[in-house]
Design a protein around this ligand. Structure first.
Ligand SMILES: Nc1ncnc2c1ncn2[C@@H]1O[C@H](COP(=O)(O)OP(=O)(O)OP(=O)(O)O)[C@@H](O)[C@H]1O
Length: 307
């Protein structure tokens, strides 16, 4: 990697972290609060993380529940501050230049509650575009373009609450692309999808976001298949630490012929990898819609007027 004399990033790095650490203090009980005693202990879900991710790379972070993946993404997206160490995204320091970082990134999460369920897909995106300071004409054009990109034009004027899980995820991706970010962070993008819809979304990410748009992608996943299929390189992450980094093929090859990613995970963490419950199976209460995406039947998604 090339560096400027001041230690800043120049050239090809999209994300760089150095000894990045986050500790959450344990909540203090009433006696400690009254005596103004500091909290004892805490958790450190990001513990001295060193990373270098190149522009245009699809980089995955694979780890079990509670490994610290979301915390790492939150720091890189400037949603929380690190306790120690430093991180740069697109050359901007996450602490000192957080505004610049935010302008240059998109974040895709599985939290569908962050959309307005009574508004249509188009209205939602136009609202979020206004938060990016788009003029309304410009917002209309950008939103129309993105609805095409994520293949949701056919449902653009239906209320968000009627959308299937797969459609909501595509909306989250469209929202993440509104400001045409150089780096797109995705926190478990296929988490609530059934296998067919998850595969559809992976194909879409590979084809449209990576091949067509050339974005750098930082993706956290709890799914081996997804890591293997999408990532140029991946890190196995556990207990807040990076255990190993490499391409899925190199990581498997390092353990010998016929090794699988689950073997790599076991080798470096000493833990058997367990896929997240529910992510891989057909979700109860869903059926496939006309595009093959899961559609909620009966529950919230079908209730008239309410969210
Ligand atoms: N705001 C917070 N305050 C205290 N502890 C927190 C906070 N946020 C996360 N943690 C703790 O940090 C650890 C890592 O959580 P994190 O959500 O980053 O893991 P993860 O790898 O994304 O897990 P999952 O796959 O289950 O989403 C967990 O033990 C969690 O309880």
């Amino acid at each position: 990697m090339r560096r400027s004399s001041g230690g800043g990033i120049i050239g090809e790095a999209a994300i760089e972290t150095c000894k990045l650490t986050k500790t959450f203090a344990s909540p203090r009980g009433l006696p400690d609060l009254l005596r103004r005693r500091p909290s004892a202990g805490g958790v450190t879900p990001v513990d001295g993380v060193d990373l270098l991710i190149r522009k245009g790379e699809v980089f995955g972070i694979l780890g079990p529940n509670g490994a610290g993946k979301t915390t790492l993404i939150k720091i890189l997206c400037t949603l929380i501050l690190p306790t120690a160490g430093r991180a740069k995204v697109n050359g901007y320091d996450v602490e000192r230049e957080s505004g610049r970082v935010r302008e240059s990134i998109g974040l895709v999460t599985t939290d569908e509650r962050s959309f307005y369920w009574r508004l249509t897909g188009r209205e939602n995106l136009e609202f979020f575009a206004s938060l990016h300071n788009f003029y309304s004409d410009e917002a209309r054009d950008v939103v129309d373009d993105l609805l095409g990109v994520v293949d949701l034009k056919y449902a653009a004027d239906e209320r968000f609450l009627t959308y299937s899980a797969g459609m909501k995820q595509r909306m989250a991706i469209a929202r993440g692309l509104l400001n045409d970010p150089a780096v797109l962070f995705m926190d478990e993008p296929t988490r609530s999808l059934d296998p067919g819809a998850a595969q559809g979304l992976r194909d879409f990410i590979k084809g449209e976001i990576v091949r067509e748009r050339g974005k750098t992608i930082f993706i956290s996943t709890h799914n081996l298949e997804e890591a293997e299929e999408l990532c140029d390189r991946m890190a196995i992450f556990d207990d807040g630490r990076i255990k190993v980094i490499g391409s899925p093929a190199d990581l498997k090859a390092s353990l010998g012929d016929g090794s699988k990613l689950s073997d790599v995970f076991l080798h470096y963490t000493g833990k058997k990898f367990e896929e997240r419950g529910g992510a891989g199976g057909a979700a109860p209460g869903f059926r496939q819609d006309r595009r093959g995406f899961p559609h909620r039947v009966g529950g919230l998604g079908r209730r008239r007027g309410g969210v």
